[in-house]
Design a protein around this ligand. Structure first.
Ligand code: F6P
Length: 329
């Protein structure tokens, strides 16, 4: 490894926080210590970089954070960084502090900003995907996704108890931004009677058919997992009204799980993924890599050019849709 060129690294978290971001920060800081590199934590994402809000961190600064949700570096979605002026200020902070490379933990919006900074100022950046949405090309898992799924199944299992007691249909809205990974996988995990995701519009008639089929087969409750946004042309409340109008004999309720999905202690899977990714990011820089994203492919660490990670779209596994349909009989 070429230890000569990289002497100072900065790390930041950006966009929506995700469980496991802290474990990733810890891994970056400790890998830096191991390789005798100075590590600076930047607070409040790119906004903090613009404002020069950073401090040097050592291995004891990240003690016990492996088990903590959120991000000790805080996060932000910086409007100023979306301007060239803002990115110039951010670059000046990096220069002033003699930082040689930047590690960005976040989602595709954060990677877009990071890549712009890198191209405009010829500055090396590495992305680590940290988002509950799992919507990043080049990795099978983003950090935080597994924990969010576990949180959702915990919550929806509880909803199932009350739904069954009252023979109700529940529409449960989960996060995922524009993607259905969270809905599809949590839906299978809780044994949903129907799953509505943006990638596959099953249509309202099919939804009614599924619900009638469930009742006819003797089920005492129905859970419909709905990815946030307007699925089948309707949001979760409109969907529930539509079902109430068309199946008046059904008792329908709505639960929007919300930001609970983003909090809590990371799962073991996310802690391990975060640990591997943080070390891999530092080692990639030492190997002379830049402008790449660290991902997981077939359970191995893989590099994807940041540009590709941003431009391409992660694909839903259609096989899971087929399975969920079979299992909803
Ligand atoms: O990207 C993570 C995410 O939690 C999405 O699932 C959701 O659409 C969005 O962030 C919510 O953002 P905010 O916290 O700004 O409401």
């Amino acid at each position: 490894m070429n230890l000569q060129n990289i002497k100072r690294i900065a790390v930041l978290t950006s966009g929506g926080d995700a469980p496991g971001m802290n474990a990733t920060i810890r891994a970056v800081v400790r890998a830096c210590t191991f390789y005798k590199i100075d590590c600076f934590g930047v607070f409040r994402g790119f906004q903090g970089l613009i404002e020069g809000d950073l401090k040097q961190m050592g291995p004891r600064d990240v003690k016990y954070i492996i088990s903590k949700g959120g991000t000790i570096l805080k996060s932000a979605r910086s409007k100023e960084f979306m301007t060239l002026e803002g990115r110039k200020k951010a670059y000046e902070t990096l220069q002033k502090n003699q930082i040689d490379a930047l590690i960005v933990i976040g989602g595709d919006g954060s990677f877009t900003g990071a890549l712009m900074l890198s191209v405009e100022f010829n500055f090396p950046v590495i992305g680590i995907p940290g988002t509950i949405d799992n919507d990043i090309f080049g990795t099978s898992h983003t950090i935080g996704y597994d924990t969010a799924l576990n949180t959702i199944i915990d919550v929806v299992d509880k909803i199932r108890d009350t739904a069954t007691s009252h023979k109700r249909i529940f529409f449960v809205e989960v996060m995922g931004r524009d993607a259905g990974f969270v809905a599809l996988n949590s839906g299978i995990g809780i044994g949903a009677e129907a799953i509505l995701i943006p990638e596959e519009n099953i249509g309202l008639p099919k939804l009614l058919e599924n619900l009638k089929r469930s009742k006819a087969s003797g089920k005492s409750s129905c859970i419909v997992i709905v990815a946030e946004g307007e699925k089948s042309g309707k949001n979760v409340y409109e969907l529930s009204n539509y079902v109430e109008e068309n199946l008046p004999e059904y008792d329908v309720r709505v639960s929007v799980i919300g930001h609970i999905q983003r909090g809590g202690a990371p799962s073991c899977f996310d802690r391990v993924l975060a640990s591997r990714s943080g070390v891999a990011a530092v080692e990639a820089l030492l190997k002379g890599e830049k402008n790449i994203m660290i991902g997981l492919q077939n359970d191995l660490i893989a590099y994807t050019p940041l540009e590709k990670a941003i431009k391409e779209h992660a694909q839903i596994d259609k096989e899971l849709i087929r399975i969920s349909d079979i299992l909803a009989v």
